[in-house]
Design a protein around this ligand. Sequence first.
Ligand code: GCU
Length: 413
Amino acid sequence: MKTLLRKALLVLIVSSGCATISGQNSTDYTLPDPLLMEDGREIKTSSEWTQIRRPEILESFENNVYGKAPKPSKDMHFSILTEDKQALGGKATRKEVAVYFTKSKDNYMTVLLYIPNQRNGRVPIFFGLNFDGNHAVSKEEGVAIVRIQSKSSTDMPTIPARGAESSRWPIEMLIENGYGLATVYRGDIDPDYDDGFRNGVHPLFYSNGQEKPEADEWGTVAAWAFGLSCAMNYFEVDKDIDAKQVAVIGHSRLGKATLWAGAIDERFAMVISNDSGCGGAALSRRKIGETVSAINKNFPYWFCDNFKQFNDREDFLPVDQHQLIALIAPRPVYVASAEEDQWADPEGEFLSAYHASPVYELFGLKGLPKEMPKLSQPEMQGHIGYHIRPGKHDITGYDWEQYIKFADKFFKK
Ligand code: GCU
């Protein structure tokens, strides 16, 4: 009965193009309308969206949330470090590729790639950052243990065991379904602790005399997104990969980076957010689970400094996360939640995907229905997919099964 009442309380009033949402769980809030230009005019066509509104929203996210980042450098270059055509018992070719961020050979990230041996031409791939090192994704001995970063500026790094993260990366399942997999260790791009931006990619792009990013310049999440784009430059020259069919995927903090990468880099054909929560798929204005002030306090280096102005002032944010998802339109996007992951606000993740729908509809595409899907009942009829599964904050085989089904719909027409 209580749940019914709560549901009944969740009313959606569409007034002057803005959605005002109130419910027992969250305080009332008004979402900024993706289809209303900054000068108040309404967007009516997909070309107005692409030419006017999309750049406005993108710029606002850059200035206020993630920070501006450089584009991948023209001096970027690559080298194949290893290749094994008989990986996974002969089912796949495994490669390790160094992607050098600039002209120098000193700063690079290592892309670990698995390509199915049974293929006719180029293959679609899933591509995502990993938490613990490439050797933690795969159990195969041949995968190099890269420079694992410590968890803070004072700790010594501890090297995770081979395959420690493998439950999150079902390589064989992907290969059997005709997909390749590419992954990069997040610490190769920017270590995940606050060191005043002295390590990682930031200093490679400072202007003369600069010592840290400006208030509207990139934090660590944007740096990870930058790394994702750099890898995309490599995929474009690898003859085994269909660079027009790259699904970028990320869990949790790496899901935040994934959504941002998908928003700024339209070369990613599909974007998948797994339990990305605050600063990812979840609406900031709901203030449920992790809030803007909590994330900025615990991870002051993830976003740009300007984002801190919105600590406990979410309603003043010129954007909210449904607009981040809208920036991915008309490309397919999938948002997933876990029931016990209340810190990431599953309902906020759903609502954000739902409120991106009007932008997809401008392109004549279907978004999400209004009703939040029930547990383990994935919704993927349109260009926005969503599911919530039982269990904890994690990325599981069940999650991947849905992502493969969703990718099959678009990549295997
Ligand atoms: C913390 C953080 C989240 C993040 C998560 C993760 O819980 O508060 O924002 O998504 O770590 O990356 O696992």
